[in-house]
Design a protein around this ligand. Structure first.
Ligand SMILES: [Cu+2]
Length: 452
């Protein structure tokens, strides 16, 4: 595959290839395609955040108050091409648009309820009057279907925060109602930030073949998402070498997630409680982000294509049967004969590992509306990932404020892991039956194993 085709493949999957995206996902999901976001530092004195696959909520200035409007509603959401569900969220998307403001701002947030049941919004981590805290029944009457409520408060802090319903939470959050709430410091950043990314982690019980997330599930989730997308539909991040990059991560899922960045040591510099004093920053490569927490990580970009993912390995997979027997190390030849007699076309898998699943996903039909367990291509082959995984692409020549895809990293000569022994090509997942072959007579250098 040529470099440009690969890039096209990647961008079409991330929704940037608009025409392909349109034909694959239809109009409902199109409404959720990333929209242009301001990218360079602006008059406000801060670098606007960039929500992967998302948007920032616009506001209107009214008598010195920044007025925002969120509408709670149901819509069709696409996790990646091939997986669509009825979800609930705000302004037609999950997560809802990111609210972005500055310490000291007076805000009015109008919330319209277009659901069929009541709701409310809790401003998670925000210092405000008790009656603005959004707990239905405790701090306010619920917002009934068709009603609009106004929340009004002055921001007395800065940091990475979230919003979500505090009414029928188990259901409303399980189907996608949540968003991020970013407050920039009034006096600017001690170390200015060049790229400021926002990721909200969630999990979904979208069982294979179904179209609505199941709110009753507590543990066995099917999809693990950054901003309600799974790899490879999660946008990649981009930066220039030596830029200061911040990733703000929130977690409103039902699991803690060890958030891991390759190729760098980052500092954990803050979270729900605002920016930490520099003496409290910790150097890490993985930071556990607990349920209901946010964390900010910061680092100076080193050139390359670096994986960014949750380190729970099942969280970088898509839907899989939780009840399947373990086939690892099991020779299934005999079982396969017996099963094939009953089920023509049956294929045993997983004896040597599960990587082969990705190669079979193209021609083996799974249940409808169900993603393969692992997806995504890189410059060297299958990535065998899904769920909470993306890539940050850092380049020497990426222009300031430019978020476009620079393509795959061109590794300097002599800096890629290389083979020192073994067959000409690494054996691909679907194995050739070598037991009947006389290898001593065979010239492997002429064989193209990639066709198997
Ligand atoms: Cu995880």
């Amino acid at each position: 595959m040529t470099s440009s085709r690969r890039n096209f493949f990647w961008s079409s999957l991330t929704g940037l290839g608009a025409s392909v995206g349109a034909s694959l996902v239809g109009r409902a999901a199109l409404a959720q395609d990333p929209q242009p976001q301001t990218s360079a530092p602006t008059q406000q004195g801060y670098t606007p955040v960039r929500t992967l696959n998302g948007v920032t909520l616009p506001y209107e200035m009214k008598d010195g108050v920044k007025e925002f409007h969120l509408t709670a509603e149901e819509f069709e959401h696409e996790f990646a091409p091939g997986s669509v569900a009825k979800c609930w969220g705000y302004n037609g998307r999950t997560p809802g648009p990111t609210i972005e403001a500055v310490e000291g701002d007076r805000l009015r947030i109008l919330v319209t309820n277009n659901l069929k049941e009541h709701t409310s919004i809790h401003w998670h981590g925000i210092l405000l009057p008790s009656g603005m805290d959004g707990v239905g029944g405790l701090s306010q009457p619920h917002i009934q279907p068709g009603e609009t409520f106004a929340y009004e408060f002055t921001l007395r802090q800065h940091g990475t925060h979230m919003y979500h319903p505090h009414a029928d939470e188990m259901v409303q959050m399980a189907v996608g109602m949540m968003g991020m709430f970013i407050i920039h410091p009034k006096n600017g950043e001690p170390k200015s930030i060049d790229r400021d990314y926002v990721i909200l982690m969630h999990n979904w019980a979208l069982h294979p073949g179904t179209y609505r997330p199941d709110p009753a599930v507590m543990q066995d989730f099917d999809l693990w998402t950054f901003n309600s997308k799974v790899f490879p539909a999660i946008e990649h991040m981009v930066a220039r070498t030596n830029e200061r990059i911040r990733i703000r991560v929130g977690n409103l899922s039902m699991w803690n997630h060890p958030f891991h960045l390759h190729g760098h040591q980052f500092h954990v510099t803050g979270g729900d409680g605002g920016r930490w004093p520099e003496a409290q920053w910790r150097s890490e490569v993985t930071e556990i982000i607990g349920v209901g927490q946010t964390r900010d990580i910061e680092f100076v970009g080193i050139p390359g294509d670096w994986a960014v993912h949750c380190h729970m390995s099942h969280h970088t997979m898509n839907a899989m049967g939780h009840e399947i027997p373990n086939t690892l190390g099991v020779n299934q030849a005999e079982a396969m004969q017996k099963v094939s007699a009953l089920l023509p076309g049956y294929m045993a898998m997983g004896e040597n590992g599960m990587a082969e699943h990705q190669d079979h996903s193209g021609h083996m039909k799974g249940p409808k509306n169900t993603l393969p367990m692992m997806m995504g291509k890189g410059p060297f082959g299958n990535l065998e990932m899904g769920g909470m995984f993306t890539v940050i692409k850092i380049r020497d020549d990426q222009p300031t404020g430019d978020y476009s895809d620079p393509g795959w990293y061109k590794n300097p000569q002599g800096t890629v892991a290389y083979k020192v022994s073994g067959p000409k090509r690494p054996s691909k997942a679907a194995p050739v039956d070598h037991s009947k072959m006389d290898h001593s007579q065979m010239d492997h250098s002429q064989m193209d194993h990639s066709q198997h």
